[in-house]
Design a protein around this ligand. Structure first.
Ligand code: ZN
Length: 271
């Protein structure tokens, strides 16, 4: 599943081809995505695209006729191709530009979305207006996270993965960050000290920033027909390593389910 770093790398890949371009028309081959593709998108001919923004795992296209909200879901991918390129299976949406190129959306599992919002979706759209801060901004700091956690009985791992608390800390990043910070994933969020949040927050930021950077260096040419945005090979210390040896203490890593998500930790390094 594309996580925040993959979405940010997708944004960086497609933005130069979209910004300051004009939409010719929109082709919807299959409306049946996670939610039906907004009919308004087919009225966007002649609109000017000023910006491609990312908020959480949503891409927001700012156009002179409103906003397009794109989510990659479980298996979505965006490419910029010459508009006459024949579509292949699962190519559900084309945003055709007057430049002769199009932004093409392929999504085999159809959990992605293409929605329209007249107002900026961060203010007006139910999917976006209640999201917590972006993890890589200054608003997300130890003071904020500590204050937000007071009185919370839920586990620290579930807490940092809650999009109302902070967006974009997916399961892999939560596992890795808690290991690096030495915090037991089941510890109650409200019982984690300020000092430990001061350690955890920079680790979360660094983990996500590193993934974006790795994605950037392996960034495929988004204008190639077969240019799949990469899902980054991470150097993972705990995720996917349940039962293997801890890289820090050589003890055995434990794997449990927490909030229905695979959770791997070191019982000696994480308290
Ligand atoms: Zn260990």
């Amino acid at each position: 599943m594309p996580e925040l770093p993959e979405v940010e790398v997708s944004r960086r890949g497609v933005a130069p081809h979209l910004e300051n371009q004009e939409i010719s028309h929109v082709i919807v081959r299959d409306h049946r995505l996670r939610w039906p593709v907004s009919a308004e998108l087919e009225q966007l001919g002649g609109a000017h695209i000023s910006q491609v923004e990312r908020r959480a795992k949503y891409l927001i296209l700012h156009t002179s006729k409103g906003y397009v909200i794109v989510h990659l879901g479980m298996s979505g991918a965006l490419r910029v191709v010459p508009a006459e390129t024949p579509p292949v299976k699962h190519d559900h949406v084309d945003l055709v530009l007057t430049s002769g190129f199009c932004l093409r959306f392929n999504d085999p599992r159809r959990f992605g979305c293409w929605l329209y919002s007249k107002e900026h979706p961060s203010l007006a759209h139910p999917l976006l207006c209640e999201l917590g801060p972006e993890p890589l901004t200054d608003v997300f700091d130890a003071d904020y996270l500590f204050a937000a956690s007071r009185g919370r009985q839920q586990s620290i791992k579930t807490f940092i993965m809650d999009n109302h608390v902070v967006v974009g800390v997916g399961n892999i990043y939560a596992n890795e960050s808690l290991f690096k910070a030495g915090i037991h994933p089941k510890r109650a969020a409200g019982k984690v000290s300020k000092q430990r949040y001061q350690k955890l927050v920079p680790i979360i930021k660094a983990t996500l920033a590193k993934a974006i950077e790795q994605g950037g260096t392996t960034l495929q040419d988004f204008t190639q027909v077969d240019g799949q945005p990469g899902y980054f090979k991470q150097e993972l210390m705990v995720y996917g390593r349940g039962g293997k040896l801890c890289m820090a203490c050589s003890g055995r890593l434990k794997e449990i389910r927490l909030g229905q998500r695979s959770t791997v930790y070191c019982p000696s390094c994480q308290r």
